[in-house]
Design a protein around this ligand. Structure first.
Ligand code: UDP
Length: 305
């Protein structure tokens, strides 16, 4: 697994180990954390995924890439290289060895969508030259490579488009909305809502995402791409109020400027995942947020802010 020390990756590693698989992890630790790297893995390959790597695997999950806007925009050149060249290295390995590959793409390929909810047929509305482009266009390039390796070399590449995912182990400084709000609320700080908070997102709990990824690898026949996410849609302001209510605190909601190219609406159509993978999210958002808050609280008590 590339990115096996990351947020989703570390949960997925644990799941694979518990079902008896041998797992090697490739991670550069740019945004991954050694704290969550499972001791049960067979081999740690500490390197950038943009560099060639060896090994023979029956399956490769390719998750390596900074995914939070704050992180991927901090190093845009590296982000683009990771998304395109990193994916190219993974596909090269698969071409040589016959490995099946699940490629983590993103809802960002839809940009600021003009179709709602987003189906896989929608080509998206992406700014090619903006601050988010390193990630959006990089991931779109990764999808192109995945399809062309399938057409040219017969690689069994499987593209999943991951929508906003949250849960225990998110970095406190991840910069994303769920981690920011939970962290701020637990510290008694104002919740930072960007813009007027009317933009929407759909939040998928990490164990549901892991289940979707495992199924994407396991089904005999796949048809790229497939959306994975929770179709329940919330405004950012609704999310802020929900977290204050769950924590039973009354904190200021502070409105800050909206980042550029911030998508106004986002909600996956998951009919394809339902049909192909017999998958849909099971954890309601309130329950998932409570689990996240509990883990954040424990971590804060142990390590501080
Ligand atoms: N957001 C916010 N306050 C924060 C962090 C994010 O209002 O402290 C907003 C952000 O502008 C976006 C939404 O929450 O509209 C989701 O942002 P996130 O960074 O989690 O992921 P994105 O879906 O934009 O990749």
């Amino acid at each position: 697994m590339t990115g096996g020390a990351g947020f989703i990756g570390s949960h997925l590693v644990e799941r694979l180990l518990s079902s008896g698989h041998n797992v090697d992890v490739l991670d550069s630790f740019q945004t991954g954390s050694r704290d969550y790297l499972s001791g049960g893995i067979r081999l740690l390959i500490e390197q950038d995924v943009s560099e060639p790597f060896g090994g023979r695997y029956s399956g490769i999950f390719h998750l390596a890439c900074p995914a939070s806007p704050v992180h991927y925009q901090a190093t845009p050149l590296e982000t683009f290289r990771t998304a395109v060249w990193g994916t190219s290295q993974v596909l090269e390995n698969a071409r040589r060895t016959g490995a099946r590959v699940v490629i983590a793409s993103t809802s960002e390929v839809y940009g600021n969508p003009l179709v709602h909810p987003q189906t896989e047929e929608y080509f998206g509305n992406v700014n090619p030259i903006g601050l988010r482009s390193c990630y959006d266009e990089g991931k779109r390039g990764g999808e192109t490579l995945a399809m062309d390796y399938a057409r040219v070399h017969g690689v069994d590449s499987r593209i999943v488009r991951i929508f906003n995912t949250y849960g225990p182990r998110m970095l406190f400084n991840d910069g994303r909305v769920v981690s920011n709000f939970c962290h701020q609320a637990l510290l008694g700080k104002p919740l930072t809502v960007y813009g007027d908070g009317s933009q929407t997102r759909s939040f998928c709990f990490v164990s549901d995402m892991v289940e979707g990824l495992v199924r994407a690898m396991d089904v005999p026949v796949f048809e790229s791409p497939v959306n994975l996410g929770n179709p329940e849609e919330y405004t950012v302001l609704e999310l802020a109020r929900m977290i204050l209510e769950l924590l039973e605190v009354d904190l200021e909601i502070r409105f800050l400027p909206l980042p550029s190219d911030d998508p106004a609406r986002r909600k996956p159509d998951i009919s394809k995942a339902r049909n192909l993978l017999a998958w849909e999210p099971r954890i309601p958002v309130r329950e998932g947020i409570l689990k996240t808050i509990q883990e954040f609280r424990t971590r804060l008590a142990r390590h501080g802010a």
